[in-house]
Design a protein around this ligand. Structure first.
Ligand code: NDP
Ligand code: OXD
Length: 333
């Protein structure tokens, strides 16, 4: 019997699964129809016997073992009697109402190389842009002004601080360290990354911020991290510090950030995420000369990589092996 108390539907032999004649297993995808169509082709080639349905074509709810979604409609997950695993199609899970997921059903985050690579690329772009004063040069160009050559700070003298050292934050930290920046990271529990100074826990936050010239946020949005980049945090950064937010808009107190930008305490902000997406017309960030906005594009789950990641987890689940990237419901990430 498997962990849901039913006979395994498949038999594993050297990675090949043969159906035993039971009803096929169904994964319900709730999200972009284009990705759903690709996963309908790809996933059955990776997990034999798997059928992929695209919401709202649920078919027989009792056949659905897996749901892959960004934000499933309220009540859907609780209505599936044989649901075994929920996959977030993104690395974050704050968009999922975890209280809607039956307690015995694990929620698995998306961890796939394409998504991590995109986040690394964006962080490198944004840190280099702030490091080389590009927001000022763009504003000068808009005014038809040639501007002055800023003195260049050598990368070892530029202190980058990464909020969050998980699957993405850890990769971002290592990537930035390869440019010889002085990189540090802050996490809940102690982490060790070559070439990166690490800080853990609330007691170390002030020291971490005091040594951070450019703060890159890659935290998950949880009860403990909501609003963490507010007036107190910003005040602890050195004057003129830069901010890169590729976590969630809910991490930032936007009014406090605007005050800090206008006073010059924060020199520039590159924001991929905002409290409301799309950002409403008329929001001061749109026209702010020291804010660069992008529409939540820092990292995107690659269709093939995402299918491979989900397939690997389903095969693990079928074998009875522990899943990876399972969300700790209490911590919220
Ligand atoms: P992980 O769960 O792998 O890592 C989270 C990190 O944050 C861990 O190091 C964790 O600490 C740390 N952390 C969590 N809570 C706290 C806290 N209260 N205090 C200090 N540190 C804390 O997540 P990922 O790296 O995979 O993803 C991070 C986030 O990036 C996602 O949740 C999502 O919001 C965002 N994201 C944004 C994208 C975009 O396009 N803008 C794309 C993809 C992701 P510990 O190591 O101790 O557990
Ligand atoms: C994610 C995202 O969490 O795209 O993966 O924001």
């Amino acid at each position: 019997m498997d962990r849901a108390g039913r006979a395994p539907p498949v038999h594993a032999a050297r990675g090949l699964y043969v159906l035993t004649g039971q009803a096929p297993e169904v994964l319900l995808h709730v999200g972009s129809p284009a990705r759903g169509a690709r996963w309908q082709e790809l996933l059955p080639t990776l997990v034999s016997g798997l059928i992929v349905r695209q919401w709202p074509d649920v078919g027989d709810p009792a056949a659905i073992r897996y749901v892959a979604a960004w934000a499933p409609p309220a009540g859907l997950l609780a209505s599936l009697p044989h649901l075994e695993v929920v996959f977030s199609v993104g690395a974050g899970v704050d968009h999922l109402d975890l209280s809607d997921v039956p307690a015995h059903v694990p929620v698995v985050r998306m961890i796939e190389p394409g998504l991590v690579r995109g986040m690394e690329e964006y962080a490198v772009f944004a840190v280099l842009a702030l490091h080389r004063g590009m927001l000022g040069h763009i504003a000068q160009q808009r005014q038809g002004a040639w501007g002055d050559a800023d003195p260049v700070t050598a990368t070892p003298a530029r202190r980058i601080g990464i909020f969050g050292l998980g699957a993405i934050g850890g990769a971002v930290a290592a990537r930035l360290a390869s440019f010889d920046f002085a990189v540090a990271g802050w996490s809940r529990s102690p982490r060790s990354i070559d070439g990166v100074e690490t800080f853990a826990g609330d007691a170390t936050l002030a020291a971490f911020l005091a040594r951070t010239d450019i703060l890159v946020n890659v935290l998950p949005l949880t009860d403990a991290t909501r609003g963490i980049i507010g007036a107190a945090t910003l005040a602890r950064l050195p004057r003129g510090a830069g901010l890169v937010n590729i976590g969630r808009g809910g991490h930032v107190d936007e009014a406090a950030l605007l005050l800090a930008l206008d006073s010059g305490h924060v020199g520039g902000a590159i924001l991929d995420v905002t409290s409301r997406e799309p950002l409403p017309a008329g929001h001061p960030f749109w026209q702010h000369p020291r804010v660069l906005l992008t529409p939540h594009i820092a990292g995107t789950t690659d269709v093939s990589g995402g299918a491979a990641a989900i397939a690997e987890q389903i095969l693990r689940h079928r074998r009875g092996d522990a899943l990876t990237g399972v969300v700790d419901r209490q911590a919220g990430y």
